[in-house]
Design a protein around this ligand. Sequence first.
Ligand code: MN
Length: 401
Amino acid sequence: MTAELLALDRQIVLTERDGQQVLWHLSKGWEAPAGRLVAEVVAAFAVPRTRTSAEAAIAARVPALPSTAVAEVVDELRELGVLAPHEPQGIRTPTGRGGLFGAPVLTVQEALAGDVCDVAVVGMPYDVGVTNIGGTRLAPEFLRRTSGAVMQPSASAGGVWDPVSDRVLLEGVRIADLGDVQAVVFTRNGREVDALQDLVAALAAGGRLPVVLGGDHSITLPVVRALAGAHPRLGVLQIDAHSDLPETLPDGDWREHCHHGNFMGWVVFDERVEVVVRLGLRQLEAARPAGHPKLRTWPGRSAVEAGAEAVLADLPYDLAWHVTLDVDALDPSIIRSTGTPVAGGFAPAELATLLQGLCRRRHVVGIDVVELIPSADRVEGNIVCDLLARVMDAATGARGR
Ligand SMILES: [Mn+2]
């Protein structure tokens, strides 16, 4: 099962004793010498990743190592318990209600093994992709904490009745929360970003709808790459005050250059992405940017004014769609706590109506929500969670009903 995520036992570290590399178990105290090969494998699994991804990373670092030797060491370390299937830490909320919208917290293995969930929530507490202020790393936990006030679908039947539409939202849709991609210290465009990509790829391959809680907006790049691997004809629906495009395209090595203000350059230039539809763009720019044939743009509030029916004409129905929701698309009088607010955005209810109209009519295969910086005020969490619940309902319409 190549999609399985493996990780180094959290109690084991790779360190040096008298010039020798050793594995050291923090609580049990044992030490074992580690040769070059073992050290490479252990380092590769310091963040959860698939065997295929680790083997490719090692091959890129040390081309001389035969892949069969690497595979043997992975097997041995797995047998010894040094490497184990990745179990994200359970999410504990102050109310003890579990994950997003009170969803059960499952391990990745549990979520993928049986027919137990339709939607898989993943947190990416990552904000080293910002160009200004941090804080979006705290959003996954904040959204989980504030989501309970919006909706607590019952575990048995699922769904909540919506007085606005007189419908049961998310009826029969089983949501699971897999916790967060974790790292002691996140590095920009580092291995944790690969881990997110691997995880989303595994969920997409398993037919689950991934809902990723960012994080800054650069986390959308690995999400799109994972979805593009599973769905050869992908469209991206970007709801954002900014284009997040670099001035010139493409912009060199993504690991070195990619951040939350330019990641869309790599999305647009990914040949597996056919169309990128942008709603809400209104950031003033030094000059009119060069266009690109993939881009279709509804700037400012024009998409709301035109309505879903008109916007749908720009979303080819035969593509699989990823919906990336930057909360700065909402007006800054409503969402104040985001890195780069711009006046003139959407109101929550009108954006919800628009996105419901779009997502119900298209095949949505991924959702992410990014750029929220938690503040002491829970209101912004409630607003974003309400919008997310309605988008998730629209996206899962075909599954649940
Ligand atoms: Mn953005």
